[in-house]
Write a protein that binds this ligand. Sequence first.
Ligand code: SAM
Ligand code: SF4
Length: 352
Amino acid sequence: MIRPNLLVDSHGRVLRDLRISITDRCNFRCMYCLPETEAAQNFYRGRWANLPDSNPIAHQWQPKSAILTFEEIERVVRVAASLGIQKIRLTGGEPLLRRNVEELVAGIAKISGITDLAMTTNGFLFPQKGAALRDAGLKRISFSLDSLDRANFQKMTGRDGLAEVLESIRLAQELGMNPVKVNAVIIRGINDQEIETLAEFAREKNVSMRFIEFMPLDSAHAWKNEFVMRGHEILARVQSRYKLQSVTSNNLSETAKRWSFGEGQGELGLISPVSEPFCGHCNRIRLTADGKIRTCLFSVTEHDLRSKLRSDASDEELIAYLQSVVWQKEDRHHIGEPEFVAPERSMSCIGG
Ligand code: SAM
Ligand code: SF4
């Protein structure tokens, strides 16, 4: 039974975390997300050869008119907060490409009930925006950084931007947005040789490094199981160099298994959705830049909230709609099972 004032699914999970993609556009072309570069094509070539009419280069952005305005996003957050959502993460696409994003942050930060406001970014534009975002109320930030080698960084992201991202991490720490998180997607044969260097970076720079398994969410549908460096393999590699201590958490919905170096500096997290799914405790929903609600990263159906927002729907109607959509949240993903079908849209559209 749907309970008033909460977002509950039919499996008894209470949702507290709303991830909002504020644009589907991006200034990077990461191999695991928008594999449109020559380097990415070369890597996946064998796979692409099997895809009918697949031309991942032909990525189409959503027209501006399809993208939710700041007012529309803030209204959704207000309604969601009245239903028990506490955490908001702004993502994309690249959220820092959205003009005046700090105004959106300021608007959301004022909404009663929102206790945690975070952003995931590739960091390239953060030096221009960092102070304004912090002043607007952004509490936490995660940067994507898959390589500490300039050439490999460029190969993986399509952009010669390592220096800018490193500067962004330093700046976020200086601005007091600690602990700064860093996300690294590890692809076997591309950056797995950097696992130890990335771990050392976490220890040396006192950041929280999240090693993420490569998921089937790339726009070319080129993902293959064999590309995935599993969490336990990554952990074994780091443990052969460092004496790690497990960090216990009473937050059941936390996606990362966390480890410390035992020296009070830096932390590692293993996010292993492919090899060790954490669906049972998932308390997240997603809102895409074009106003669709997704109840799972791997949903194959989306729910059109935008048309409700742009009709005369009252807040009560939005509440009833959100509750009915959340009720349908999938019990788990089916990666690795014969019937698994990857979502049509890539991570850049869904919002990671
Ligand atoms: N552009 C921003 C960024 O890269 O941080 C925010 C959006 S990005 C889609 C959010 C996160 O999703 C990033 O940390 C990225 O590494 C991760 N991601 C994208 N595609 C992925 C995939 N196929 N498997 C695992 N993680 C992925
Ligand atoms: Fe852009 Fe982020 Fe996707 Fe990379 S992971 S292509 S930075 S949206």
